[in-house]
Structures are given as structure tokens and as C-alpha cells.
Design a protein around this ligand. Sequence first.
Ligand SMILES: Nc1ncnc2c1ncn2[C@@H]1O[C@H](COP(=O)(O)OP(=O)(O)OP(=O)(O)O)[C@@H](O)[C@H]1O
Ligand SMILES: [Mg+2]
Length: 260
Amino acid sequence: MNAITFFSLKGGTGKTTLSSSLGCLLAEEGYSILMIDLDPQGHLTQMLKGKPAKNQTSLYFSLIHERSLTGATVPTYHPRLSLIPATEDHLYLNNALISKPWREWKLKDALSAMVPFPYDLVIMDVGASLNLITYNALFAAQTLIIPVLPDVFSYLSLKNLFTFLEKTCKDFRYNLKMIWILMNKLNNHRPLDRENRDALKKYYQKFLMPVMVREDPKFSQAIKHQIPITTFAPQSTAARDLSKVARFLESVLSQYKSRE
Ligand SMILES: Nc1ncnc2c1ncn2[C@@H]1O[C@H](COP(=O)(O)OP(=O)(O)OP(=O)(O)O)[C@@H](O)[C@H]1O
Ligand SMILES: [Mg+2]
């Protein structure tokens, strides 16, 4: 099972925008994708118009009562793109997990129990906070993508995140196979953006994705219309950059697969 989590300690870096767009793009290209909205804000769910049916199992119910995740999955606009939406009880998930044994691993266990696994890739979107939902999102993934903006605060929050990851992975004896920093909203015409991009290249070279997503107002317009950017404006800067991200991930994920 291949799973990617989008997470950053800083809010508003593009986790939901990038993860949802990538999921849609890959589904349109023929991959079978499961997206999981782990953010109680539910923006991913809104973007993908994922409406749970009445009496449907929720992620909360699956994780807390150890029931199959299959029942928590809803269809989206695309037949190859499924979603586990953020439902109202999501707000209480973190607290409910506290008293559970192996509470940080519930999502990983639930995904592993789906045999045979019906998706090519799982993509998870998490809110910018550190709680048990975040731990579950990290441990259920092999790849972490950290979107960063070309500003000083994004840059500074990376240091804290890497400190957290190092300690957490050591304490829980968990190894993320890949960590990628994805620079988002880059405007190469702004000197400060270029400065921050170069600082990232210098100090985080090993983790910095060689492809970046430039700032593009088409993203907000696509979100407003709840249409994936690749459908809304396929020739836009955003759609083209996103395709490069998809090709990059395709290549690194297949390299890891062949080594296993
Ligand atoms: N490349 C981009 N160009 C222009 N606007 C963008 C780009 N990426 C994201 N945005 C805009 O930035 C805003 C924040 O994006 P988004 O909601 O995806 O961030 P987030 O990291 O998920 O936020 P949160 O931490 O609240 O979950 C949105 O209005 C989105 O449209
Ligand atoms: Mg978000």
C-alpha cells in the first residue's frame, strides 16, 4: 500500500489545495485513489463534494470501534477517486482516541485490514496541528509531503517540524520512507520568494522536491467552483506544475517499490 500524507505545522500552506488537486489529477490519469480528510475543518470533503450517505459509517466509527474503512468511503465526481470524508464526529476523534490502546496506529491498522487493497494510492490531508490524528496520519503513510510557502515563517516552522519528526520517529520506531518539502505559491518575480527558495535549497537540499508549484490565482477560482484545477484550467501554470509533481512522485514511488 502506497500512502502519502500532506502535513505542515504552519497553516495555509496549500495542503488541501495540493493534495486534492493531485488526487484528482492521478485519478484522471487512470490511478485508483483513496483520499482521506483528516482535518476537522473538512475542506477536502467540501472540495471533492463528498457527501456521506445517511447512516453511513464514519472514519470516527471505523477507528474507534475497529470496523472496516470500506463503509466510510464515499464516491466523488470521478469514479476512480474515493473519499473518506470529514464528518461531524471528526471533531471528537482526537479525544476518543486518547483512551484507546495503540491509539497512534489505528488508521494504519484499518488501512492494512483492507485486503486485497483496492487502491493504487492513498492521499491524506491533515490540519496544521499536532494531535493523535496527526500521529495516525504520519504512521499510516510512507511518504510525507510538507508544503511550504516562500516566506520566513514557513521556513522557521520547518525546523520545528523536523525536530518533532526526528524525535517521534525514534520514540515510535517508525521510519517514513520519504519526506519531501514542496514549495508552493512561488512567485519567481518576487526577490524575497527567490531568497527563501534559495535558502531552502541550501539548508534542506536533501528533502526539497526539485519541482515547485508557482502562485496561480486559478487555484482559488477552481476551488470556488469546486472543480479540480486540471479540469478547470488544464493549461494553467498551476495545472502544469502539478503534473510535474505527479510525474516526480510517480518516479520516486516506483523506485521505492522496485527496491522492496
Ligand atoms: N499555488 C497557489 N497559488 C495561489 N493560491 C494558492 C496556491 N496554493 C494554495 N493557494 C490558496 O491558498 C489558500 C490556502 O490553501 P489551503 O487551504 O490548501 O491550505 P492548507 O494548508 O490546507 O490550510 P490549513 O492549514 O488551514 O488546512 C487557499 O485560498 C488556496 O486557494
Ligand atoms: Mg487544509
